[in-house]
Design a protein around this ligand. Structure first.
Ligand code: MF3
Ligand code: CO
Ligand code: CO
Length: 293
């Protein structure tokens, strides 16, 4: 193969088609042992094989099923600890392990982040109120495989600000996911999210990012929710990572509370988040924690 052939050049096989539409794929050592090795050596990224993907997919379906249970259950006048109990019990009942519990000394089985809490809210006695927005972030280990997803819920009728931040955040994840395909880069994902979010006057949290996942809770690489087109690491088939934009209605500055976990907006503004675990496929992506955004 002529390694100078560009994606948009005519294919060297003489078909008359563009190279990217024709032989590029078979010329690229996708999921070949050498590509796997070089991604591990260069980036510490562990490309997954079919068996791994199957395991993560199963873990992902349990995460989504648990999120559905939360969606049916969540309402005003329950505590965030009631959500913890539901997630903990539903996960165990289905043969899973809640990954947050005791992870770096996190004391509960799920993160529940209300209103101005950006992420890592610890379930406790707080009573959920009508008008709140509540993110529930679930990570489950099933048969040794990890999957991670979160949704932000409205409690009762949202006000205009709550509606806006949740809509913008949801759409930003959709856009980030659409940027996932072989040949694009991690920076393309970040750019898609940031450009959309900032065009609506909202801001992207920088200190917390998406991450490789599957064998561990947090693997390489970091998936930034901001950045430049074409920057970062080229995506290849078999990569599995989360995209999980945390978006603030005000500025992007954060503070961490004295408990060492709860991350809040410095300006007190609302913050929302959606997260899915994404597999890079031959032509694009598959969500391993599929739910409608
Ligand atoms: N689920 C979070 C993420 O999306 C991580 C939570 S860490 C914990 O990466 F310890 F707070 F659970
Ligand atoms: Co998560
Ligand atoms: Co995550």
């Amino acid at each position: 193969m002529n390694d100078k052939t560009g994606r948009n050049d005519f294919c060297p096989c003489g078909s008359g088609q563009k190279y990217k539409k024709c032989c590029l794929k078979k010329d690229t050592p996708l999921r070949s042992p050498s590509l796997k090795q070089s991604y591990y050596k260069k980036y510490n990224i562990r490309i997954k094989d079919e068996k791994d993907i199957d395991g993560i997919r199963k873990a992902g379906l349990l995460v989504v099923d648990t999120l559905e249970k939360v969606k049916e259950f969540i309402k005003a006048d329950i505590t965030t600890d009631d959500i913890n109990t539901l997630v903990h019990e539903h996960t165990l009942k289905n043969g899973g392990i809640p990954a947050p519990l005791n992870y770096r000394n996190f004391p509960k089985s799920v993160c529940v982040s209300v209103n101005n809490v950006i992420c890592h809210g610890i379930p406790g006695p707080y009573i959920i109120q009508a008008g709140d927005i509540v993110n529930v972030d679930i990570t489950t280990i099933l048969d040794g495989y990890f999957a991670d997803a979160s949704m932000t819920f409205f409690i009762g009728k949202p006000n205009e600000n709550a509606q806006k931040i949740v809509d913008v955040t949801r759409e930003s994840l959709k856009r980030g996911m659409k940027a996932v395909k072989p040949g694009n880069t991690t920076g393309d994902i970040g750019w898609s999210i940031q450009s959309f979010v900032e065009s609506h006057g909202c801001s992207v949290v920088r200190e917390y990012v998406g991450h490789g996942i599957g064998f561990e809770f947090h693997e390489s690489p970091h998936i930034l929710h901001y950045g430049k087109k074409g920057s970062g690491i080229p995506l290849v088939e078999g990569m599995v990572f989360t995209i999980e934009p945390m978006i603030n209605l005000g500025n992007r500055k954060i503070k961490t509370e004295k408990d060492g976990w709860t991350v809040v907006t410095a300006d007190g503004s609302l913050s929302a988040q959606f997260e899915q675990t994404i597999l890079v496929t031959e032509n694009g992506y598959e969500s391993l924690t599929p739910f409608n955004l």
